[in-house]
Design a binder for this molecule. Structure first.
Ligand SMILES: NC(=O)c1ccc[n+]([C@@H]2O[C@H](COP(=O)([O-])OP(=O)(O)OC[C@H]3O[C@@H](n4cnc5c(N)ncnc54)[C@H](O)[C@@H]3O)[C@@H](O)[C@H]2O)c1
Length: 258
C-alpha cells in the first residue's frame, strides 16, 4: 500500500517544513524526488537526508514565481528522471494583514508566489503528464481558504485561488487520466510558523506558540510528517478514484467547537 515505486515526483518548496517531509516520505515510498526550491542550502539538506536513507532525490533550483525558472527546472527534472508522475505544489509564503493594512506590494508578492507560482508549475508539468497519459497533482492549500481567519487577507485569498485551481485542473484534465486534489492543513509546526513567531512576537514567542497550539482542538500543531502521509496516499495509486477533493487535516479545527 501507498508505494510510489518507479515514479518520479516534483515537490516545490521541498527544502523545508511540509515540503521536506513530503519529499522524504515519497522517497521512502520508492519515488525519485525532484525538489524545486529557492533555498539551495535547505534543499541540499533534504537531498542528503534522502540519500542517507537510501532514496533518490535531486535539487533543481527554482523560483516558482518566474516562468523561465520553472520551465528550466521542470525540463531538467524531466530529463533526469525520464518522467513526471506527480507534482506537489507546496511552496508558499505567509503574510499578515487585513484588507486595509495589507500593502499593494505584499498583496502582489503573496499572489506571485502562492497563486501564480502554482499556475506556472501547472503550465510546465501538465502538458508532460498529458503526453504520458496521466499523472497526479496535489496542491497545498490551507484552512485559510475555507474559513475566515483574522489578519490573513492576502494569504487567505491566495489559498482560495489554490483551492479553485485544484477544481479547475481536476475538471479540465480528468479525461487525460490526471487527478488533482488539495490538502488544507491548520497550523503545522515548521520554520514557516517559527519565522512568523520570531518576526511578530520576539518577546513572548513561547507563550504565542502555546496559544497557537491550543487553537487546534486536538491541543497541538500538526507535525509535517502527518501532512506528508496524507500527501503520499493522495499521490499513490491507492487513491486512484479520488479527484477534485480538498482535505482538511486540522486536529478538529473546522468541525469541533470548544
Ligand atoms: N505551516 C503551516 O502552519 C501551514 C498551514 C497551512 C498551509 N501551509 C502551507 O504549506 C506550504 C508549506 O509551508 P511550510 O510551513 O512547510 O513552509 P516553509 O517556510 O517551512 O517552507 C516553504 C519552502 O518553500 C520555499 N519557497 C518559498 N518561496 C518560493 C519560491 N518563490 N520558489 C520556490 N520555492 C519557494 C522556501 O524556500 C521553503 O523551502 C505553504 O504553501 C503554506 O502556505 C502551511
Amino acid at each position: 500500500m501507498f508505494r510510489l515505486d518507479q515514479k518520479a515526483a516534483l515537490v516545490t518548496g521541498g527544502g523545508s517544513g511540509i515540503g521536506r517531509a513530503i519529499s522524504e516520505t515519497f522517497a521512502s515510498a520508492g519515488a525519485s524526488v525532484g525538489i524545486l526550491d529557492l533555498d539551495e542550502a535547505a534543499s541540499g539538506e533534504t537531498v542528503a537526508a534522502i540519500a542517507a536513507a537510501g532514496g533518490r532525490a535531486e535539487f533543481f533550483p527554482c523560483d516558482i514565481s518566474d516562468k523561465d525558472s520553472v520551465e528550466g527546472a521542470v525540463s531538467a527534472a524531466a530529463a533526469s528522471f525520464g518522467r513526471i508522475d506527480a507534482l506537489v505544489n507546496n511552496a508558499g509564503i505567509a503574510n499578515i494583514g487585513t484588507a486595509t493594512t495589507t500593502s499593494e506590494e505584499d498583496f502582489d508578492r503573496v499572489f506571485r508566489v502562492n497563486a501564480k507560482g502554482v499556475f506556472l508549475c501547472l503550465q510546465a508539468v501538465l502538458p508532460r503528464m498529458v503526453e504520458a497519459g496521466g499523472g497526479v497533482v496535489l496542491n497545498m492549500s490551507s484552512i485559510a481558504a475555507v474559513t475566515g481567519l483574522k489578519d490573513r487577507f492576502a494569504y487567505s485569498a491566495s489559498k482560495g485561488a489554490v483551492h479553485t485551481m485544484t477544481l479547475s485542473v481536476a475538471a479540465d484534465y480528468i479525461a487525460h487520466g490526471i487527478r488533482c486534489n488539495a490538502i488544507c492543513p491548520a497550523r503545522v509546526h515548521t520554520p514557516f510558523v517559527d519565522g512568523y513567531l520570531a518576526r511578530n512576537y520576539p518577546d513572548n514567542r513561547e507563550e504565542m506558540f502555546e496559544k497557537l497550539s491550543k487553537v487546534q482542538p486536538i491541543g497541538r500543531m500538526a507535525r509535517p510528517d502527518e501532512i506528508a502521509r496524507l500527501a503520499l496516499y493522495l499521490c499513490s495509486d491507492d487513491a486512484s478514484y479520488i479527484t477534485a477533493q480538498t482535505y482538511e487535516i486540522d486536529g478538529g479545527y473546522m468541525n469541533l467547537r470548544p
